[in-house]
Design a protein around this ligand. Structure first.
Ligand code: MN
Length: 757
């Protein structure tokens, strides 16, 4: 910081000497504050503005713009533009100071010391935005760039300053080199003017558009400008008579406080209309339009009735932007009528609506700041917070739509980064280079090996920030890791990683399963055993489709080697028993059945209430091996010994060893089954291990009316988790529906019915 402070008139005089003229409001501020820079964090707005100017004035002293003007001309003009659109003192202060950090040797910390954290934040934001360079891209890219711009400005007020900065730079662009002019004009047309439009700052938008138009299409600009000028007197005369007759009619109808103005359209607006509708200048009828400002909402519609009554309305041209405001908050009634042989466009709105149309977001803010009960506190909150708070306070008011659309538009949960070619990619917040790689192409994702973010080598799991340039390094031998699921934010990446795991991991896991088995069984005769019937049946008993599935399950760790070996032994033993089964055994069985019938019939309850037909009152149990459910074909078996009847599924593997004499034909008694009859069965679900997946599955089950009586989870790192559930439900249909729903869950690798132990 240089020199001792300047005093009031000295500061103004010194600016004068320097060749710049200060706006009156600024001179007034300076006069009211004896020693502008004397105190830290000035409390009242005059002191803040005077001090901000004072500091900017001294820091930029000796610096000049390309035009040769003293540099301070620019920050003063920016602050003045912000003042005009009704921005708050802190924003205007930031306007004075927006270039000091970049162009002088003051630090942000020093700035915070003088003006507090908020002004520092605004200046910091503007400085940061200055660092983004927009590559010249297509239409679609422009939208992403605008979004990125907004996403990077955590505080929307930063964008206000940036827009004012751009507007003044465009006003003074003549001093620059032609190629630079063109780049800046293009950027203005594609990024800044639409941004001003989105924030509803009509005044900035029109001027930015016209300035860019003048530079980019100089011929068309001049032509339209001339036409507008030559037709001016004729048009003005016509407008005048129209205004007069309308005014009389409005007064006759009791609408005394209406203000009618004729306004010329801005040139770029006329030109884009000509382009859009492929028309010549003289075919564009609403080159000029009438604007009627009425005191309140109700009179808007009354004035409309008068307009339609005075002139003949053009069908299809009436638009009610009051009932249905534009997303940027714009409200007005629009209509077109035939007046004096020429069509004319009419806009009707209240003064508040007019403010919003001209100043957009800034006007809203100003209104709300004054009107809100928390007015004294507003500066403490950031702007988004205020939006949200008001939204809650206001309940069902008409600001609601405006506020929520602003929020949706501007605070998308997105992060925007560049590809090496300069294309913009929008990703979910929290995305990493892995998400980025999968967004570019699934093969790039599947083979990404490393990343360079802003030319620095980084871990693939590094979270991306707005404006990062991201380059992916691929390698043929690289492949995804299950761990990545913990580092990705986009569904695309998540699904692709899973897909890859399911498909390309399968061979590996099958091989791993094979190795495990072979190690135990020995090489001799292994292939024969592997391809044999017994192995196939073991797979079926585990509810798996093929031997490969069985091996994969072993490889995953979903089934233990021990379990397979046990079943394999049983299968080989059963095969031998079946071939040995004799008539003698059948005799014993039949004898046993009659004995059991005698004892059980007396103890058993009435036949009618049984949910199974064909038992003749015998005691029964549902086989734990296959847990049959209503809806499935079933068979009863009579055990050797006094155990009553066991009900199996028709395709239960255990039935094969039961001679036909011991089988009872039975079926479900549907009329006896009610909603409250619940049956128990077991399922096994293989999932990609992540926090909360069990909870998600249990919720899905309970949503489908299924009770869970037991749940066991096995996990081991790097492998899918295995969830065994004992569930209670009504019938097989309910089970199938539920299985399909669970199978559709993103984290589920496989689901099968179990219960063969
Ligand atoms: Mn600037």
């Amino acid at each position: 910081m240089s020199d001792e402070p300047l005093l009031r008139e000295d500061l103004i005089q010194s600016s004068d000497d320097y060749g710049i003229s200060l706006p009156e409001w600024l001179k007034k501020c300076i006069r009211q504050v004896p020693n502008p820079i004397g105190e830290c964090c000035p409390a009242d707005s005059e002191a803040l503005l005077a001090s901000a100017f004072d500091l900017a004035f001294r820091l930029h002293k000796g610096q000049f713009r390309v035009s040769g003007d003293p540099y301070i001309v620019h920050p003063v003009a920016v602050a003045n533009l912000l003042k005009e659109i009704g921005a708050s003192p802190k924003v205007i202060a930031a306007g004075f100071l927006h270039d000091v950090v970049e162009d002088t040797n003051i630090s942000l910390d020093q700035l915070e010391e003088y003006f507090g954290a908020e002004v520092r934040g605004l200046v910091e934001g503007v400085t940061k935005l200055g660092g983004i360079h927009f590559p010249n891209r297509t239409e679609a890219q422009a939208e992403n760039l605008r979004k990125m711009f907004l996403a990077m400005a955590s505080d929307i007020r930063v964008v206000l300053v940036k827009l004012a900065d751009r507007l003044h730079n465009m006003r003074t662009i003549d001093a620059l080199q032609p190629d630079k002019q063109e780049r800046i004009a293009l950027e203005t047309r594609e990024i800044y003017a639409p941004l001003a439009n989105r924030l509803g700052i009509g005044r900035f938008k029109w001027e930015l558009e016209d300035l860019a138009f003048k530079l980019l299409e100089p011929k068309s600009y001049k032509q339209i400008q001339q036409e507008v000028v030559t037709k001016r007197s004729e048009r003005e005369k016509r407008l005048e008579t129209t205004v007069k007759s309308l005014k009389t009619r409005l007064i006759e109808s009791g609408l005394l406080d209406c203000e009618i103005t004729g306004r010329p359209k801005h040139l770029f607006g006329i030109w884009s209309k000509m382009q859009r509708q492929d028309k010549e200048f003289h075919e564009i009828y609403d080159v000029a339009a009438l604007r009627i400002i009425v005191p309140n909402l109700e009179t808007c519609y009354r004035a409309l009735a008068v307009v339609h009554d005075t002139f003949r309305p053009i069908p299809g041209r009436f638009k009610d932007y009051i009932g249905l405001p534009k997303p940027n908050g714009y409200q007005s009634l629009h209509t077109a009528v035939i007046g004096r042989h020429r069509p004319i466009e009419v806009q009707i709105r209240t003064p508040e609506m007019h403010q919003v149309a001209e100043f957009g977001i800034a006007a809203h803010w100003k209104y709300k700041e004054g009107g809100s009960p928390a007015a004294g506190n507003t500066e403490r909150f950031n702007w988004l917070r205020q939006l949200v708070d008001w939204q809650q306070e206001e309940g069902g008011s008409d600001h609601n739509d405006y506020l929520s659309s602003i929020k949706e538009d501007l605070f998308d949960e997105e992060v925007f980064v560049f590809t090496p070619k300069g294309d913009v990619v929008g990703l979910r917040k929290g995305s990493t280079a892995i998400d980025f790689a999968y967004r570019i192409h699934s093969e790039i994702g599947n083979h990404c090996h490393g990343t360079r973010i802003n030319d620095k080598l980084c871990a693939l799991t590094t979270p991306l920030n707005n404006g990062d340039f991201v380059e992916i390094i691929t390698s043929k031998t690289a492949h995804p890791s299950l761990d990545w699921l913990n580092y990705v934010a986009t569904p695309t990446a998540r699904n692709r990683i899973r897909q890859w795991y399911k498909i390309s991991h399968r061979d590996e896991t099958i091989q791993r399963g094979k190795d495990l088995l072979e190690r135990d069984l020995g090489r001799t005769g292994f292939d024969t055993l592997l391809n044999g019937e017994a192995m196939k049946r073991v797979a079926e008993r585990c509810n798996l489709k093929s031997t490969d599935d069985l091996l994969a399950a072993l490889g995953f760790g979903a089934i233990t080697l021990h379990q397979i070996l046990n079943r394999l032994r049983e299968e080989i033993r059963l095969q031998n028993i079946t071939t040995l089964s004799s008539e003698k055994e059948d005799e014993i069985v039949e004898h046993n059945i009659s004995n059991q019938q005698a004892t059980l019939a007396s103890t058993k309850s009435s036949l009618k209430s049984s949910p199974i037909i064909g038992l003749e009152g015998l005691e029964y149990r549902l086989g734990g091996c296959c847990s049959p459910l209503p809806g499935e074909d079933i068979v009863g078996t009579v055990a050797l010994g006094n155990h009553g009847i066991t009900i199996h599924r028709q395709n239960c593997i255990n039935l094969e060893s039961v001679p036909s004499a011991r089988r009872l034909p039975v079926r479900w008694n549907n009329s006896q089954l009610s909603q409250s009859n619940k049956f128990s069965t077991q399922i096994r679900i293989e999932v990609i291990d992540r926090v909360g997946v069990l909870k998600d599955i249990l919720m899905r089950l309970s949503d489908n009316g299924i009770n869970v009586s037991d749940a066991r989870v096995q996990t081991s790192s790097g492998k899918p988790a295995c969830i065994d559930l004992k569930i209670e439900l009504r019938n097989s249909e309910q089970l199938m529906l539920t299985i399909n729903k669970i199978r559709a869950m993103a984290d589920v690798i496989d689901i099968a019915r179990t219960g063969l132990n």
